[in-house]
Design a protein around this ligand. Structure first.
Ligand SMILES: [Zn+2]
Length: 277
């Protein structure tokens, strides 16, 4: 168990052969046990089984995946304990895995393969990659003044925010899979006061993770210190969700899965790319 301060702890359990001293050795089964629902949802719709189906919040995404991982783990422990399989259950996936990211990074370093038990689509298609992203929060400080009496002495944080939004949105490049969206803003105190404060949040998503660093540099270096007429800008360290895309190992695993499904009489499946936001 790896403690997490504000969300569910990260739980780890593995077969006897799991090692963390010899490079990429283990097979890592990933899963999360948090859901997207608000407090009280489990009390309103408690877990129950009717017929051969289980019901409750998050039953598909992804309690079913955790149950599957538990059975996989138990099967390897019983029939092939020399295969190093470790299962990780996190508690903050639906809000971006920020608290458990270091645990995932660390465990993945000792893994030669990682499988995530997210639910497939109703067609059987499954998610083989996802866009990565950042969430930025920024604050702008201006200078308050009475808008009717001494307007010229003020510096509007909201005016500055408007420039910033336009500039940030201009970083979007749909062809390259990069989108930047200022999705929340607030500021000001009254209509006859030049706004002394404004703030905003934007979500940036990108398909190729190698674009993350240049984008972050442009965001911080070019855009944040507008600093015209006495404005101050503060950008908090972004929350990040790394992108994960298809690679050679994943293609190999996909073809193996496809063949196995075919031999069991299931239809064709496709891979789909998941957007984070
Ligand atoms: Zn999920």
């Amino acid at each position: 168990m790896r403690p997490v301060a504000d969300f569910g702890d990260t739980l780890l359990v593995g077969t006897a052969a799991v090692r963390r001293d010899s490079g990429q050795h283990n097979i890592l089964l990933m899963g999360h046990r948090d859901t997207v629902f608000g407090k009280g949802e489990a009390a309103r719709r408690p877990f129950h089984i009717a017929g051969d189906r289980a019901y409750g919040p998050g039953i598909a995404d992804m309690k079913a995946g955790l149950v599957m991982n538990a059975f996989v783990l138990a099967a390897f422990q019983k029939f092939a304990p020399d295969i190093p399989v470790v299962a990780m259950m996190t508690g903050d996936e639906e809000i971006g895995s920020q608290a458990s990211l270091s645990h995932i990074d660390e465990e993945a370093r000792y893994a030669r393969a990682v499988f995530n038990a997210e639910p497939a689509r109703p067609t059987g298609n499954f998610v083989s990659g996802r866009k990565g992203g950042f969430t930025y929060r920024f604050e702008i400080g201006g200078k308050a003044a009475h808008a009717g009496v001494n307007f010229a002495e003020g510096a509007s944080a909201i005016g500055e925010l408007a420039h910033k939004i336009t500039a940030l949105h201009a970083l979007t490049d749909v062809q390259q899979g990069i989108t930047l969206n200022v999705g929340r803003v607030s500021g000001g105190s009254s209509t006859n006061t030049v706004a002394a404060k404004a703030s905003g949040e934007d979500g940036c998503s990108l398909r190729r993770w190698r674009a993350a660093r240049p984008l972050d540099c442009r965001y911080r270096g070019d855009l944040c210190p507008f600093d015209r007429s006495g404005h101050e800008n503060h950008v908090r360290a972004p929350e990040r969700i790394p992108a994960a895309g298809p690679d050679a190992g994943q293609c190999c695993a996909f073809h193996h899965l496809s063949r196995s499904r075919g031999s069991l009489g299931f239809g064709n499946i496709r891979r789909v790319h998941r957007r984070m936001r």
